[in-house]
Design a protein around this ligand. Structure first.
Ligand code: SAM
Ligand code: SF4
Ligand code: SF4
Length: 348
């Protein structure tokens, strides 16, 4: 794993934030229909996903990744949709894992997956050079899992996937849990109890108003403070320092030494002032905020034979012109709703 100190920024945006993290959505398709992300009423059988020709190819993704690195990117996270549905995704990881950052270190390659296909993919991901893996899991009971994911998938499949990832050494492994009031909040303590002593870092995420289809209401958000209080009541917690500036999860240690967990207060404690992430959608649009409504079409530039220098300039200028801080402005923004892109398309 790379050292925790970070080199001087190469480019900064209008709020002096460096570019460090690139998130790539490798598919807009998914084998689950989590109600907070791809509600079935919208992403049903008539929904038209991107045709294959519109997806960035692995060659195109690698070419773009090579242009992002000299601008300061140190981490690349593959996401989606469900990244394990992208055929041969391990071959993409293999290509990306060979790239170097400006400090001479290999780029850190991470993935966020729902874990349904992980049992059979874990070894290939490890062999390809994946550095870190996050598995999303919103409950341990089949009933809650099914309700959150609106699917017939078995929660045991995801748990087996997590075990397989640990067994092949994809560690430290993280598990992400989105908490929705009245739906899975009763799973908070069972999840903590299940994952303590395992070395797995459990992270609770406030339900966010990404996209325009998940029917988000502030009343459905269980706040980070509430989550911490509930856990602390049963299992005393001790705060721990961030690994690096810009880390989104507030870290806590279980005081009895049985593990670590994180809480991501995307709604109640916005971290826009430290946001160093840029996102590349499945079809090659560059978005400087998770809540953006428009992106810069890099695929079009690529396919019009734009040279690397001009592409790099386009990326740098996009970052340098960035002033996004949606979460800090959420209150005003939700009073004047705009059409935001969906998370499954832009990559979580
Ligand atoms: N399918 C993969 C998965 O679920 O891990 C990767 C893509 S998913 C969009 C990435 C992450 O975004 C997941 O951990 C998911 O729980 C989270 N997410 C999606 N919609 C969300 C929302 N409305 N609020 C908070 N987190 C959300
Ligand atoms: Fe699919 Fe992940 Fe969205 Fe759930 S959160 S619908 S698993 S992309
Ligand atoms: Fe970054 Fe936008 Fe999220 Fe703020 S709202 S932390 S700028 S992605």
């Amino acid at each position: 794993m790379r050292p925790t100190s970070r080199p001087a920024p190469i480019i900064v945006d209008t709020l002096q934030r460096p570019l460090r993290d690139l998130r790539i959505s490798v598919t807009d398709r998914c084998n689950l229909r989590c109600t907070y992300c791809m509600p079935r009423e919208v992403f049903g059988k008539d929904f038209v996903f991107l045709p294959r020709a519109e997806l960035l190819s692995f060659e195109e993704i690698e070419r773009l990744a090579r242009l992002f690195l000299p601008l300061g990117v140190q981490k690349i996270r593959l996401s989606g949709g469900e990244p394990l549905l992208r055929h041969g995704v391990e071959r993409l990881i293999e290509r990306l894992a060979k790239l170097q950052c400006t400090d001479g270190q290999p780029v850190d390659i991470a993935m966020t997956t729902n874990g349904v296909l992980l049992v059979r993919k874990a070894q290939a991901l490890k062999d390809a050079g994946l550095s870190r893996l996050t598995v999303s899991l919103d409950g341990l009971s089949q009933a809650t899992f099914q309700r959150m994911s609106d699917s017939a998938a078995a929660v045991g499949t995801v748990l087996d996937g997590i075990a397989a990832a640990q067994a092949v050494g994809l560690t430290p492994l993280k598990v992400n849990t989105v908490v929705k009031r009245g739906v899975n909040e009763h799973e908070i303590l069972p999840l903590v109890e299940h994952f303590r002593h395992s070395g797995i870092i459990l992270r609770f995420i406030e339900f966010m108003d990404v996209g325009t289809t998940n029917g988000w209401r502030m009343d459905d958000v269980v706040t980070a403070q509430d989550i911490v209080e509930r856990i602390n009541h049963q299992h005393p917690l001790r705060p721990i320092d961030a690994n690096y500036s810009g880390e989104v999860a507030k870290r806590w240690a279980l005081a009895d030494g049985s593990g670590e967990l994180g809480v991501i207060a995307s709604v109640t404690r916005a971290f826009c002032h430290e946001c160093s992430r840029v996102r590349l959608s499945t079809d090659g649009k560059l978005y400087t905020c998770l809540f953006a409504s428009a992106g810069v079409d890099l695929r079009d530039a690529l396919r019009r034979d734009t040279g690397n220098e001009a592409l790099s300039r386009l990326i740098a200028e996009t970052w340098q012109g960035r002033s996004d801080r949606y979460s800090q402005m959420r209150h005003a923004a939700t009073e004047r709703p705009v059409r935001k892109i969906e998370m499954s398309y832009i990559g979580g």
